[in-house]
Design a protein around this ligand. Structure first.
Ligand code: NAD
Length: 494
């Protein structure tokens, strides 16, 4: 049984429902996770609220030292965390280590809190009047995360929130609960006071209570678009700051002047890494003009070489997260075929290096996909790469820009002018030029446009610092003489 983590220790809670935890590579139920009821949410938030004043008041030097210690412990022990991720999510071990590395970058960024939280100062803005600005923490904040990055997505948020002096209640996906508890124990070992980092497991009951709880000041959410929209609407209505990152449909535009070998490599790595269960996975290749005829066979050849199997056996690609999700993704392949797409490589026929009960689907390549097909319109979130053929660069840009999602988009070309035009005109939050998965470094901010993000603040980087702090501007005068009596006129500067 995976318990919650409240007040610096495992916490059973009063909720009576649980959810199974499954190993996707075997299909076996390996445990259960406690699901919070409303009383558990209230206990978790009360603990976070109680811990806030002392944590806010601890000096920046001391807070930062704890972050450094967390970073060091994470670096030493990340292989343990990777094993937990593989056992519950299914991604191969090297990929699990990769996501931890990207999360660790945010911890490292947050270790610079002393610099990030600096205000500004203007001397003598008006005669004998100085101004300075400060940024202060908000209080308890909720972080609600999806199944596909059990370590990295929580780490997009909690290092900065904690560094800035907030306390955090993390509600991870109930499909992959153990990574969060492992990180909570690591925080405790690093010296974080009890109550600063809380883990609350649960489903929509827990989420819905966090969204309306009066002591939760801000909500960072990552998940599917319908839930992101619900989170944004509900939490905003209850007066909270919200950043709600949603789903994606990332396009890779390949122009006729691109090197087809480089583009094919990129399409396979970005399409099938983590079995396509990445919000920045490429799911549509937009082949412009004649490039399709050289690109599609190259992608098919490379993709056929991907070894699908148990992530602990050195394979390239693991299973999908649940049986239901695998069946849903396979259903999209069938629908695409029915609607007229050509199945160049069929992952339903995969022979995995893994147990028969695993949730397998091999790399799948669909050619001649049309924008009206469900395989194009919907977020599939699996190892299915669709090729849409268009005649011109204009048509490619129009296609990307008409899509409801706008997380990432990339172009492969050797023409600097075309790349520049793509960068300027594409409607997406993260853009790659000959880079298929343009996930920014921690010191930039991560986030999409359109239905890929609700709210106006992206994750980490400067926007993350702003999200987790409130600005205050102080105007100061130390008069040399007594104040000159009544003066009701609005203050003027001179
Ligand atoms: P999900 O929306 O099902 O779940 C996300 C979180 O919301 C989980 O903690 C879950 O317990 C909770 N939740 C689920 N249904 C809910 C409901 N009805 N009400 C309240 N809370 C609910 O998403 P998922 O399947 O775990 O993750 C995959 C999705 O996340 C994909 O759509 C993917 O694109 C998206 N994602 C987006 C980004 C990004 O940066 N934009 C990053 C990672 C994942």
């Amino acid at each position: 049984m995976v318990p919650h983590w409240v007040d610096g220790a495992p916490y059973t809670g009063s909720g009576t429902t649980t959810s199974p935890v499954t190993d996707p590579a075997t299909g076996e139920v390996t445990g259960r996770v406690a699901l919070a009821d409303v009383a558990d949410v209230q206990a978790a938030v009360a603990s976070a609220k109680a811990a806030f004043p002392a944590w806010r008041d601890l000096s920046l030097t001391r807070r930062t030292r704890i972050l450094f210690r967390f970073r060091e412990l994470l670096e030493e022990r990340k292989s343990e965390l990777a094993e937990l991720i593989t056992a519950e999510h299914g991604k191969v071990l090297s990929d699990a280590l990769g996501e931890i590395g990207r999360g660790q970058e945010v911890v490292e960024f947050a270790c610079g809190a002393a610099h990030l939280l600096k205000g500004s100062m203007t001397e003598n803005a008006s005669t004998n009047v100085d101004l300075h600005s400060i940024r202060q923490p908000l209080g308890p904040v909720a972080v609600i995360t999806p199944f596909n990055f059990p370590a990295m997505v929580p780490m997009w948020f909690f290092p900065l929130a904690i560094a800035a002096g907030n306390t955090v209640v993390l509600k991870p996906s109930e499909k992959v609960p153990s990574a969060a508890n492992w990180m909570a124990a690591l925080w405790a070992e690093a010296g974080l006071p009890a109550g600063v980092f809380t883990v609350l497991h649960g489903d929509r009951v827990a989420v819905d209570e966090l969204l309306v709880h009066p002591d939760v000041e801000a909500v960072s959410f990552v998940g599917s678009t319908p839930v992101a929209r619900h989170v944004h609407t509900t939490a905003s209505r209850h007066g909270k700051r919200v950043q709600a990152l949603g789903g994606a449909k990332n396009h890779m535009v390949v122009l006729p002047d691109a090197d087809p070998d480089v583009a094919a490599d990129a399409a396979v790595n970005a399409g099938f890494g983590s079995a396509g269960e990445r919000c920045m996975a490429v799911s549509v290749v937009v082949a412009v003009g004649p490039v399709a005829d050289s690109l599609v066979p190259r992608i098919a050849t490379l993709a056929a070489r991907v070894r699908t199997g148990d992530g602990r056996r050195g394979c390239d690609m693991g299973p999908l997260v649940t049986e239901e999700h695998r069946d849903r993704v396979a259903g999209y392949v069938a629908a695409g075929e029915r609607e007229g797409a050509r199945v160049v490589l069929d992952g339903r026929e995969v022979r995995p290096d893994g147990e028969a009960g695993g949730f397998w689907l091999g790399p799948t390549l669909l050619d001649h996909v049309k924008p009206e097909m469900s395989v194009y319109t919907d977020e599939i979130f699996g190892p299915v790469l669709s090729v849409v053929r268009v005649d011109t660069f204009d048509a490619a840009l129009d296609l990307v820009n008409a899509n409801l999602y706008g997380n990432g988009a990339c172009v492969f070309t050797s023409d600097g002018g075309a790349a520049r035009r793509f960068e300027r005109e594409v409607q997406a939050g993260m853009v790659g030029i000959n880079v298929p998965v343009p996930v920014p470094m921690a010191y930039y901010s991560f986030g999409g446009w359109k239905n890929s993000l609700f709210g106006d603040t992206h994750a980490h980087g400067t926007e993350g610092v702003h999200f987790y702090t409130r600005g205050k501007v102080v105007t100061t005068r130390w008069p040399k003489r007594a104040t000159p009596g009544l003066d009701l006129v609005f203050p003027q500067n001179d």
